[in-house]
Ligand binder design. Structure first.
Ligand code: PLP
Length: 417
């Protein structure tokens, strides 16, 4: 994916990076000079791990070669804000997984979302966005509306007619999430994106919860897919990163250009950690899905639980849609409501032992969270109810521990007063 056929490298210009050019006899240099220029070792064999290019700068043989590097995202690497080989390896890997033309890795998921929105929107544009959005995205869109003159309409995730009715002549972008947090409602991507497409409106889908192994929004017409790679792609609670994948190389080029000015580019080490995580993504996602369905089923039969939200359960409101859109599995996040309300939820989240009380998801460790007092604490009781979140709703990001150990932990925590 690094050779975009649209932008073939100019064969007349030699590409960097070059071997270090030192005086004929490097040993003749004084220690002060030699220390700054150690000689790298050629590994000989092919490294099985993707090499970590922890260099923010690359040198060239000629000024022509450096000039050529400035031409665009497909030129040689010269400065990390514009690109880095380790970061590009991650971008290529995720672009391929999502079925996109090219990708842009960023310092965080919010970095990816902001880069895309700021690159594609201008004052006076209208955005249609889902109502139930990741908190940071919701706040960012509200800020664009309040301070930057972007018009904003929120819609649900299931009614194409509502999207059609929201369209204005200046509508530029539709922003959706494949699966919503924390109630795991599934968005009807094909139907909603089709409305946008007919109107010439760009569709951006946050696919963090589904991962490209369960859903590939570009196949359903999305123009841009964004991820918090902090979650499943990285998967080990050790890296903050994001990525945006573009269906079209020209759109990637536009956003890349803006990204080089914004400065939210991914750090090579973060990209390297994410690449390391990606190698086990398929195994992890399989395990997350299997264990989540198992725990959701057992929770549904527990007397302290009044409702379980997991798209894999037959009584989930989006179960049929989930079977179509996420045929390989329904993800690792579930939520459930406790009969005892707010106090019971607080007691439960404080009583887990194998699971941890922490506000993230998508990693190998099982995490629990009480949205009403943490991620969604700004919402009034009415707003919470409108979002399907009860005072006693608990979210679980199911990890890859043994399901029996997890169930034993949830059961003992449910037994606490
Ligand atoms: C976590 C998350 C984000 C933000 O990602 P960061 O890496 O924390 O910046 C965006 N969208 C969704 C759905 C998320 O879960």
């Amino acid at each position: 994916m690094s050779d975009h056929p649209e932008h073939p490298a100019d064969p007349a210009v030699p590409a960097g990076p070059a071997e270090p050019v030192l005086p004929a006899d490097p040993d003749a240099l004084r220690p002060e000079s030699r220390l700054v220029h150690p000689t790298p070792v050629d590994p000989g064999g092919r490294p099985m791990g993707i090499p970590l290019h922890q260099s923010h700068l690359f040198a060239f043989e000629s000024s022509e070669a450096l000039t050529a590097a400035f031409a665009g995202p497909d030129g040689a690497f010269f400065y990390n804000r514009f690109g880095n080989p380790t970061v590009r390896s991650l971008e290529d890997a995720v672009a391929e997984l999502e079925g996109g033309a090219a990708a842009l890795a960023t310092a965080s998921g919010m970095g990816a979302i902001n880069t895309v929105l700021l690159a594609l929107l201008r004052s006076g544009d209208h955005v249609i966005a889902q109502r139930s959005l990741y908190g940071g995205t919701f706040a960012m869109l509200a800020d664009l509306a309040e301070r930057w003159g972007v018009e904003l309409t929120h819609v649900g995730g299931d009614d194409p007619d509502e999207v059609a009715a929201a369209l204005r002549p200046n509508t530029r972008l539709l922003h959706l999430e494949t699966v919503s947090n924390p109630t795991t409602r599934v968005t009807d991507l094909p139907a909603l994106i089709a409305v946008a497409k007919r109107a010439g409106v760009l569709s951006v889908v946050d696919n963090t919860f589904a991962t490209p192994l369960l859903c590939r929004p570009i196949e359903h017409g999305a123009d841009v897919v964004v991820h918090s790679a902090t979650k499943y792609l990285g998967g080990h609670s050790d890296v903050l990163a994001g990525i945006a994948v573009f269906a079209d190389a020209e759109l990637h080029r536009t956003v890349w250009h803006y990204a080089t000015e914004l400065g939210a580019s991914a750090d090579p080490f973060a990209a390297w950690l994410t690449l390391r995580g990606l190698q086990t993504l398929a195994l992890r996602v399989r395990r997350h899905c299997d264990t989540a369905l198992d725990l959701a089923t057992r929770l549904s039969a527990h007397p302290a639980v009044t409702a379980v939200h997991y798209p894999g359960l037959p009584f989930h409101p989006d179960h049929e849609l989930a079977r179509r859109l996420l045929p390989a599995g329904h993800g690792g996040v579930l939520a459930f409501d406790l009969a005892g309300g707010r106090e019971a939820a607080r007691a439960f989240t404080g009583a887990v032992r194998l699971a941890s009380l922490a506000p993230s998801l998508g990693g190998v460790h099982t995490l629990v969270l009480h949205p009403a007092s943490t991620s969604h604490r700004q919402l009034s009781d009415e707003e919470l109810a409108a979002a399907g979140i009860g005072p006693g709703t608990v979210r679980v990001s199911v990890g890859i521990e043994h399901p029996e150990d997890l169930w034993a932990d949830l059961e003992q925590a449910l037994a606490k007063p």
